[in-house]
Write a protein that binds this ligand. Structure first.
Ligand code: HEC
Length: 158
């Protein structure tokens, strides 16, 4: 996946050069890279929730909406995110960040987990419109792929 190799490459370059991320103070919330990263994750969640509601039966199954939401997650997963997974924005360095420092020590594994999530999202976007059972079947691997990365790399919420 080209976008992810770009991520890998720029992460390596950024680490090698130890590019300072913050030029000045960031009054008014977390630094832009952290905001962007968390916003990206919120967009995942925003698109995931309607599918959860359909699976749980609190919303009617809607093939078109299910496909659209799964497609959005797949599309988001293909954005080049290298600028916001910036070294120096981990949870030790930035109070608002829940990105564990382990991310920057395990870039290949993080990319593998991001890839796995992207593949699950692409698969789901192809099948989510084929009925509630297909949505349910394709949703589980995607949800597991989100969780697999959070387990290792998201700071647990107190
Ligand atoms: C490759 C790793 C990875 C994958 C895959 C991943 N996440 Fe995350 N997620 C993180 C990390 C790291 C954070 C903490 C980011 C921060 O605070 O800077 C996070 C944070 C979040 C947050 C909190 C955002 C906020 O406002 O603070 C949500 C919601 C979330 N993820 C949802 C998802 C969903 C839904 C998926 C799957 C569709 C997903 N994530 C896939 C690593 C991942």
């Amino acid at each position: 996946m080209p976008h992810l190799s770009k991520l890998a490459l720029s992460a390596v370059i950024a680490t090698a050069l130890a590019v300072p991320v913050f030029a000045g103070s960031h009054a008014g919330g977390p630094p832009p890279a952290v905001k962007a990263r968390q916003s990206h994750m919120q967009l995942y969640l925003h698109n995931l929730i309607p599918m959860v509601q359909m699976i749980r039966g609190s919303a009617d199954y809607d093939a078109e909406r299910a496909s659209a939401h799964a497609g959005n997650i797949a599309a988001l997963s293909k954005l080049n995110q290298s600028s916001y997974w910036a070294p120096g924005t981990d949870s030790d360095a930035v109070a608002e960040s829940n990105a564990l420092p382990a991310i920057w020590e395990n870039i290949p594994d993080v990319i593998a987990k991001a890839n796995a999530m992207s593949e699950a999202a692409v698969a789901l976007s192809a099948s989510a419109g084929d009925g509630i059972d297909a949505l349910r079947a394709g949703f589980t691997p995607l949800n597991n792929a989100c969780n697999a990365c959070h387990e290792d790399y998201q700071k647990p919420q107190e």
